[in-house]
Design a binder for this molecule. Structure first.
Ligand code: SF4
Length: 389
């Protein structure tokens, strides 16, 4: 139960100035929490002195990736210089949790660690950032139906941030009735012992396969990807009861090649045509192995008539304060080369073979050759020998 205050407070919510696809869900829930108490809430992205120097009771600053350290610390320091002497500045989020002691040493503020339980269950304030900033425009509710993950992959922060796996979180109160689609942010929904209950609740909330919102088809997206190791036929059958677009299956390790291709074939048998995956690189992989994982998707597309989009994700250690990390199996020229190609493709590897072969090469050797060329050559590589068309 949240009580309305007799004297409402003024609350400022801040997200540091970095480009993100989605508005900050944590702040959206904090906004709901304060608005339920009758408080005035203002959201701002980045720094602004005239906003900073107004009279605030509390300033909340969210944080995200550790490699955004510099701009995050600058933002916190900026708001600490407010002329109204607002002492109640609260910092939370992923960076602040993973580097709690470092943030405290730099700013004197001890950040909140992990989730804020009572706030996490609230409906996000979907109007918080409406039209104010350039977030990706979608028409979706955001929700979690589980928390945590029972696995402990060494490249992933989930087990640190959410150490307890929660098998089921009701969906209904997280939804906005004005949103067509549903984006689920679960880290590993397939690990839930209540998975069939999760699917049933999603359907009961109006997201069964074929469901409409006005004249448009509804879409469900398990945005963080599904764990191929847990994707049984029974679970695929349950998933196929939803309007999933895309189905995201992680393909982080070439050792999972057989399993991954089996699961893509299974998805195809259940009529799921639009697939997508995150492909981790610069971790324990080699450039050849990244190429092979991308190529497997291209071949599956051609063979099964699917549309698999891949999103290569460059590994950065969990405590890195910048993006300079290079694994022992890559070098800086190659990583820069991959970034150049991805820059041209907007970070996506599309499903069409001719395009893929032009961008990434016809073989792993060609790929290595391309990514080791100077930037200009990569951008204009249709003229490049020996791979001239
Ligand atoms: S399975 Fe996914 S969420 Fe779980 S620890 Fe591994 S990468 Fe993280």
């Amino acid at each position: 139960m949240i009580y309305r205050r007799k004297s409402p407070k003024r609350v400022l919510l801040v997200e540091p100035e970095y480009k993100l696809k989605y508005p900050p869900l944590g702040l959206m829930k904090i906004s709901t929490y304060h608005k339920m108490r009758g408080d005035e809430v203002v959201f701002h992205k980045g720094t602004n002195a005239s906003i900073r120097d107004q009279n605030w009771d509390t300033i909340y600053i969210t944080t995200l990736f550790t490699f955004m350290w510099k701009s995050t610390i600058e933002t916190i320091r900026f708001y600490q210089r407010n002329t109204t002497n607002t002492k109640d500045i609260r910092v939370g989020g992923i960076l602040a949790s993973l580097l709690q002691a470092d943030v405290e040493a730099e700013t004197g503020i001890r950040p909140h660690f992990g989730l804020w339980e009572k706030v996490d269950k609230l409906t996000p304030d979907y109007d918080l950032a409406n039209g104010m900033y350039e977030y990706y425009r979608n028409n979706a509710s955001f929700a979690y139906m589980t928390r945590g993950c029972p696995n402990r992959c060494s490249f992933c922060a989930v087990s640190k941030l959410e150490p307890e796996y929660v098998d089921f979180i009701p969906l209904r109160r997280q939804l906005s009735s004005n949103k067509k689609d549903l984006i689920l942010l679960d880290n590993n929904v397939l690990a839930s012992k209540d998975f069939s209950q999760i699917i049933n609740e999603i359907k009961e909330c109006g997201f069964a396969r074929g469901a409409m919102y006005g004249n448009a088809h509804r879409v469900v997206d398990f945005n963080q990807g599904l764990d191929a190791r847990l994707l049984t036929e029974e679970k695929m059958e349950l998933l196929s009861q939803l309007p999933i677009d895309p189905l995201r299956i992680a393909f982080d390790d070439i050792k999972l090649k057989k399993l991954y291709t089996e699961k893509v074939r299974l998805a195809h048998r259940y009529g799921l045509k639009y697939l997508s995956n995150y492909v981790l690189f610069n971790y324990r992989d080699t450039p050849e192995d990244l190429y092979e994982r991308l190529r497997i998707n291209i071949e599956l597309n051609a063979e099964l008539g699917l549309s698999i989009f891949s999103f290569p994700m460059r590994y950065i250690p969990l405590d890195a304060k910048d993006r300079t990390y290079i694994s022992t199996k890559w070098n800086s020229t190659q990583l820069r080369g991959v970034q150049c190609i991805l820059h041209a493709t907007r970070g996506v590897v599309g499903p069409r073979k001719p395009f893929f072969e032009r961008a990434f090469g016809k073989t792993a050797d060609e790929f290595k050759y391309i990514i080791e060329q100077p930037e200009e050559t990569i951008f204009h590589r249709e003229n490049m020998k020996p791979y001239q068309k």
